[in-house]
Design a protein around this ligand. Structure first.
Ligand code: GJV
Length: 493
């Protein structure tokens, strides 16, 4: 856009401060550290800016940057009305009512897994000091007191539920063993180190809510050397899947409602329903198109808070049955190691082959469904990027390629170009970003000579398929479309 360009040239660069560290992918993205001062030369889209750091220039994600206030005020940096990046009032407020506790306690697989861990380790728990972080109504602490003989259980709970937890402990005759401590684990003071740190911290897509940070901080401060973490490790699993029902309900619906053609609403439907993950999705094992793949594994002993900023994983799926690839489904599994020599480890698996839990699974819809065939392979990467401002939120980005061995008419390897989806978790984030998705660089232009700063709408790129010999001339803000004669690019109107 010419006018924008002129504006950019005229304006002098503005200084911004990085809210948190960012590792660029591709040669045209800049990497920077939290606190770095960057010079922003241009803002070609709401999400990606053109900036400079140490005389290197490249694209940076706008939401990582903040313009510094005129004068930094050391002793009064929390302005009145400024929002808490942890949203604690809202967060602990919701745990102060029964709704979520009822949901968690009614989840048999979840609650029984913790009960089983305690039961099967009861001998080893004798005389041990236990911390139950985020105890809620105190169920895990009560299991400890009932099924084992620990010396003490510190039941830590920040929400107002803790007042009732105290009553429940008393009501069940456990006040000798269970000490309820009201407050945030981060501000906790204890008379001693603990032998076991148990917590049920897992959120949607494993990390959402980022309660795990509180657990890691408590571990570093209060777990004695050689102490045990429950859960001891966690994994995030992904599978390519069909989602005919959801697709029909949200997208195919517009094809012919009441005999009318409502397809002009489909791009809107795509934006509204498919650019955010669908939580609480229950996938049938039959809808999995390949064997699931663990994409991220976290060791609760070595994981560091700073590692949470950006977690990367890879996947490689061999399509086992032909079908429609509608999206990826994610879930997690946690493992509890045994304290007893030779004792069986306990696992809590929230996947489609286990009893459904209150987390269910998380569905990430593609912009457009793609037919895949047995023998195809899907490989790519996933990145979980913690929101630099809203600390309980994250963005999930996936890139992938589909290699098809069958569906090729002119006998050359068909390759799907990488897709990029910036999926927004949570309400907050969607307020920070625009509705328009963009990505700089990317793989689209890998084999064709085009501008290095291609920007594209993700929805348009999703169906892009490159055939060797057919080059697409992608310009900034180009749309890539499949036509009767192959794949073409045209500027976005
Ligand atoms: N300190 C104390 N209690 C906490 C903290 C913290 N830092 N963070 C969360 N809680 N698996 N995603 C409490 C919260 O109030 C709630 O009762 C419980 O831990 C969450 C447990 C389930 N959430 C989850």
């Amino acid at each position: 856009m010419q006018t924008e360009k002129e504006d950019e040239d005229d304006a002098s660069p503005e200084e911004y401060v990085a809210l948190s560290s960012f590792t660029g992918s591709g040669s045209d993205q800049l990497s920077f550290h939290s606190g770095d001062r960057l010079l922003v030369h241009a803002k070609p889209s709401s999400e990606w800016w053109w900036a400079e750091l140490h005389e290197v220039i490249g694209y940076v994600p706008a939401r990582y940057l903040r313009q510094e206030a005129a004068e930094e005020d050391d002793d009064d940096d929390e302005e009145e009305g400024e929002e808490d990046p942890w949203q604690d009032e809202e967060y602990f407020g919701s745990y102060g009512t029964l709704r979520l506790h009822l949901e968690m306690l009614s989840d048999k697989s979840r609650t029984e897994a913790y009960r089983q861990v305690i039961l099967s380790n009861s001998a080893s728990l004798r005389n041990k000091v236990v911390m139950d972080l985020g105890c809620g109504t105190g169920i895990i602490s009560l299991f400890c007191a009932q099924l084992a003989q620990p010396s003490v259980v510190y039941a830590v709970e920040a929400s107002s539920m803790s007042e009732y937890t105290r009553q429940l402990v008393k009501q069940n005759g456990c006040e000798e063993l269970v000490t309820v401590l009201q407050g945030r684990a981060e501000e906790l003071e204890l008379p001693e180190q603990v032998d076991i740190l148990v917590s049920e911290w897992m959120g949607n897509c494993l990390l959402f809510e980022f309660m795990v940070e509180s657990v890691l901080l408590a571990r570093d401060r209060w777990l004695r050397e050689g102490g045990v973490m429950w859960p001891s490790s966690a994994a995030l699993t992904l599978v390519p899947c069909q989602a005919h029902g959801y697709y029909a309900e949200k997208m195919a619906f517009w094809e012919r409602p009441y005999g009318l053609d409502f397809t002009p609403l489909q791009p809107l439907a795509q934006q509204e329903f498919f650019t955010k993950p669908k939580f609480s999705h229950l996938i049938e094992p039959d809808d999995c198109l390949a064997a699931p793949c663990n994409v991220i594994c976290l060791d609760m002993y070595t994981l560091q808070v700073k590692d949470l900023e950006e977690i990367k994983g890879q996947f490689h799926f061999c399509v086992e049955k032909s079908g429609v690839f509608h999206g990826f489904t994610a879930w997690f599994t946690v493992h509890f190691e045994s304290l007893e020599t030779g004792g069986a480890a306990v696992e809590l698996n929230t996947g489609p082959n286990s009893e459904p839990t209150h987390w269910k699974q998380t569905l990430f819809m593609l912009d457009r469904p793609v037919s895949v065939y047995a023998g195809d392979s899907i490989h790519g990467t996933i990145v979980l990027r913690r929101n630099p401002v809203w600390r309980r939120h994250m963005t999930v980005t996936m890139h992938w390629n589909i290699n098809s061995s069958t569906e090729d008419t002119d006998n050359c390897q068909a390759n799907f170009d990488s897709l990029t989806i910036f999926i927004k978790l949570g309400q907050r984030l969607s307020q920070c970003g625009g509705d328009r998705f963009s990505a700089s660089g990317g793989d689209l232009q890998k084999n064709s000579k085009i501008l290095s700063s291609v920007e594209f709408r993700v929805s348009e790129v999703s169906a892009a398929r490159r055939r060797p010999g057919k080059k697409c001339d992608c310009r900034r803000n180009a749309t890539v479309k499949r036509g009767s004669s192959g794949w073409t690019c045209s500027p976005i109107a």
